[in-house]
Design a protein around this ligand. Structure first.
Ligand SMILES: Cc1ncc(COP(=O)(O)O)c(C=O)c1O
Length: 444
């Protein structure tokens, strides 16, 4: 009989599972943690230890693990329809979800195209942008623009508009070059400059590029308000307004990647609402299914949709994934949207965020912390003068203190599920401080 011992799960996993974003040899010194179950904000190990999920399991979980309302919706859906192909067929969950998402954009982005992972949604937005220009007689618009430090996923197309050397360099020969422009990251403010000044400076670079070659550019892709994988680099909403205006003036599509920042993470359901603008394409994934099932989608305008609508099959968007619009994933998303309405989540989060910010005050004041920042339900700060292994050492110390936290380089961040209790908040803040002090004190 197979054993349920924690150590057996570890050795079996290391033998047979190739873990993501991991140099597997690191597990010779960093233990793998086998999870047996989750409840609310907590994950529980097979060895009885528990971990407060301070980063929502890679930013996907909104309303806790094993959420009773999402579980009930999925159970109900399981007895009706687990999957049906979406070409030639349709079903209630995908229709209802598309209608509700369109309504959330005020029907500006009224057409939803589905995939599974975030990177696939990015691929779809890039392909749709290029193809819609081509269908309109602008086949020369083939280039894409991304921001410094951008991250849009790991597939070949998404990696081409990603600017993280660690993930990208090995695959350089396989990738189509994209244009990279200055990030509006407010930390780049020079003496006397505000975040808005940085936004203006960054937008000027976009303008210069568009002036030179907008006729060759299909789209610019931006992660609005917070470039998460860049180390929670935050910018002023003015940047989005300026880029929207430039896109309109020069005839370039604006793709907003809301895979991490959407679904209330920045304080509004879509981050772009804070700039009062809408893109030509928005990508969603991660939180949209409550963190339950792989679901991603692209919302786009009637204008783009009409560019494909034709008697000619080759003018259609002939892209597909087997699990496109999976009913279970869509039902999880509908249950997630229900929770947003029933619990007035955006308002509740505002109060919760204030409490979390107050609890983190000792870190904001810490002598080894700079650039403490917050946007909605995201908190981040940069540790000063740390060693290259800071992030791994912090992660290891955090697990000893019952926390799941994974700094990005020297940036420590919190992106918790929205359901933290007051006790969870106090524990998270106190232990993050303790782990930070411990990691700094033990620096080699
Ligand atoms: C902004 C952004 N875009 C795209 C992706 C890729 O999503 P996935 O990992 O589901 O492919 C991520 C993942 O972290 C992301 O943060």
């Amino acid at each position: 009989m197979l054993s349920n011992q924690s150590s057996d799960w570890v050795s079996r996993s290391l033998t047979s599972v190739w873990h993501p974003c991991t140099q597997m040899q690191h597990h010779e010194s960093t233990p793998l943690i086998p999870v047996s179950h989750g409840r609310g904000a907590w994950l529980y190990g097979h060895d009885g230890r528990r971990y407060l999920d301070g980063i929502s399991s890679w930013w996907v979980n909104l309303f806790g693990h094993a959420n009773p309302r999402i579980n009930a919706a999925l159970r109900d859906q399981l007895d009706k329809l687990e999957h049906a192909m979406l070409a030639g067929f349709t079903h209630e969950p995908v229709i209802e979800l598309s209608e509700r998402l369109a309504a959330l954009t005020g029907h500006r982005l009224g057409h939803a195209f589905y995939a599974s992972d975030g990177a696939s949604a990015v691929e779809i937005a890039l392909k749709m942008s290029f193809h819609s220009w081509r269908n309109r007689g602008h086949a020369e618009k083939q280039e894409f623009v991304c921001l410094q430090g951008s991250y849009h996923g790991e597939t070949i197309g998404a990696l081409a508009v990603t600017d993280v050397a660690l993930f990208k360099d090995a695959y350089g020969p396989l990738l189509r070059a994209a244009q990279t422009v200055m990030s509006p990251d407010a930390r780049q403010a020079r003496d006397g400059e505000t975040a808005q000044d940085v936004a203006r400076r960054a937008a000027q670079e976009v303008e210069c590029l568009f002036e030179q070659k907008a006729n060759k550019i299909a789209a610019i892709i931006v992660e609005p308000l917070v470039q998460c994988a860049a180390g929670m680099a935050m910018h002023d909403p003015l940047y989005l307004q300026l880029v929207r205006a430039l896109c309109d003036r020069y005839g370039v599509h604006l793709i907003l990647d809301e895979i991490a920042v959407g679904c209330g993470r920045t304080g509004t359901f879509f981050a772009c609402e804070q700039a009062g603008i809408w893109p030509d394409f928005v990508t969603l994934s991660k939180g949209i299914s409550g963190g339950y099932l792989p679901l991603s989608l692209v919302l786009t305008t009637d204008d783009v949709y009409q560019a494909f609508y034709s008697a000619d099959v080759t003018r259609g968007f002939l892209h597909s994934h087997s699990y496109t619009g999976n009913p279970l994933a869509c039902r999880a998303a509908l249950a997630t949207l229900d929770i947003f309405t029933e619990d007035d989540v955006l308002a509740t989060n505002r109060a919760k965020a204030e409490r979390i910010t107050a609890a983190l005050a000792p870190l904001r004041e810490h002598a080894r912390v700079k650039n403490f920042r917050q946007q909605g339900m995201i908190w981040a700060f940069d540790a000063t003068d740390v060693d290259p292994a800071f992030s791994r050492r912090f992660f290891a110390n955090a697990t000893q203190q019952e926390l799941l936290l994974r700094p990005i380089g020297s940036t420590v961040y919190l992106m918790p599920p929205y359901i933290l209790s007051d006790d969870d908040i106090d524990l998270l803040a106190a232990r993050t401080l303790a782990v930070f002090d411990q990691t700094i004190a033990s620096q080699p």
